[in-house]
Design a protein around this ligand. Structure first.
Ligand code: TXA
Ligand code: MG
Length: 309
């Protein structure tokens, strides 16, 4: 770990939620557990606090953040909920669905959160520790995934510390993330239509819109990068490759022995982190079926395999 912060690990059984809430209210940065991935949280109403998120991650300022809320009432104060948005929120919140909605002009939000867009991305997470934290803070929290920009997302406190140790105030330990893939992002249009900007754990039965569009600026082609070449659809492996297996293909790390896609999603980033740490210079990944959450897994794998430019 290096950097100007002595990053603390906070534990729930030792008053960690109250401690994290105080750091956040005071404008600090805390990595927080959610059911999808760990987020890097700051109070969403403070320019100074939100600026720290971009600095710690090395995130380009044009890439807006998701705001996490404790309640639908809190969300309605920040964005305009059409009947379609209202139905989606009622049905899927708390849970891994992010809604992109028209931002309320008067909302008490730092402009850096939306990176100048008229829309706001909102989500109510289901992780019990995150819910308790949001209640304790009493403010909406801006939180991108808690990794350096462009690298693999974190699904454990260890992953967070490897990427951001020394650059943030604390990480609140909520165990391993159960879903393991970032939320589905759905934009609700004024005509009531819905576009999927990022596939994820919630399947709305729609095909993802053209990823990488200006509208979802964070959906850059190269992302989730383990820092070495990644080869997809590998049914055999070279001696210098770290093999990530699935189903009948047993690798150095296997996403799911039984071919279960939910388990594969939960283990995906842990396997990529392991491959990144291994002394093998390259990573090969077995085919993953393009059904259900397999669509979101393959979306992340394709970006992990795209070299940074
Ligand atoms: O599961 C998740 O969504 C996690 C946890 C921590 O909640 N968060 C997450 O944040 O994945 P991040 O920053 O890694 O990805 C957020 C994505 C980015 O691609 C960003 O461009 C997009 O959401 N986004 C944010 N606000 C947007 C907006 N107003 N319109 C379109 N895309 C937006
Ligand atoms: Mg991210």
């Amino acid at each position: 770990m290096s950097g100007k912060y002595a990053t603390e690990t906070l534990h729930v059984e030792e008053g960690g939620i109250a401690c994290a809430a105080k750091i956040l209210r005071d404008g600090g940065l805390v990595a927080v557990p959610t059911e999808t991935v760990y987020g890097l949280a700051a109070r969403a109403d403070s320019d100074a606090a939100v600026a720290k998120i971009y600095a710690a991650k090395g995130r380009p300022s044009f890439n807006p953040l998701i705001v996490h809320v404790a309640s639908l009432a809190q969300a309605r104060a920040l964005a305009e909920f059409s009947p379609v948005a209202e139905r989606l929120a009622q049905h899927h919140w708390p849970g891994p669905l992010t809604l992109v909605l028209p931002r309320r002009r008067a909302a008490d939000l730092s402009d850096a959160v939306t990176a100048g867009l008229d829309t706001l991305a909102l989500r109510m997470p289901s992780h019990p520790v995150m819910r308790a934290l949001l209640d304790a803070v009493g403010l909406p929290l801006a939180a991108p995934s808690a990794n350096r920009s462009g690298f693999i997302s974190p699904t454990s406190p260890t992953h967070v510390l490897a990427s951001l140790g020394g650059r943030i105030d604390a990480v609140l330990d909520g165990g391993d993330c159960t879903r393991g893939l970032e939320s589905t992002i759905a934009a609700v249009r004024s005509d009531g239509s819905v576009d999927i900007l990022r596939p994820g754990p919630i399947d709305l039965g729609l095909t993802a819109a053209n990823a990488g569009s200006i509208e979802a600026p964070g959906q850059l082609e190269s992302h989730y990068a383990p820092g070495k070449p990644v080869r997809l659809m590998a049914s055999e492996v070279a001696p210098d490759e770290f093999w990530i297996g699935f189903g009948a293909i047993q690798g150095d790390c296997t996403l799911s022995d039984s071919g279960d896609l939910t388990q594969a999603a939960a283990r995906l980033y842990a396997c990529l982190h392991e491959g990144a740490r291994s002394d093998k210079p390259r990573i090969a990944i077995a085919p993953v079926p393009q059904t259900g959450i397999g669509v979101a897994i393959n979306d992340r794998l394709r970006r992990a395999a795209t070299p940074p430019n």
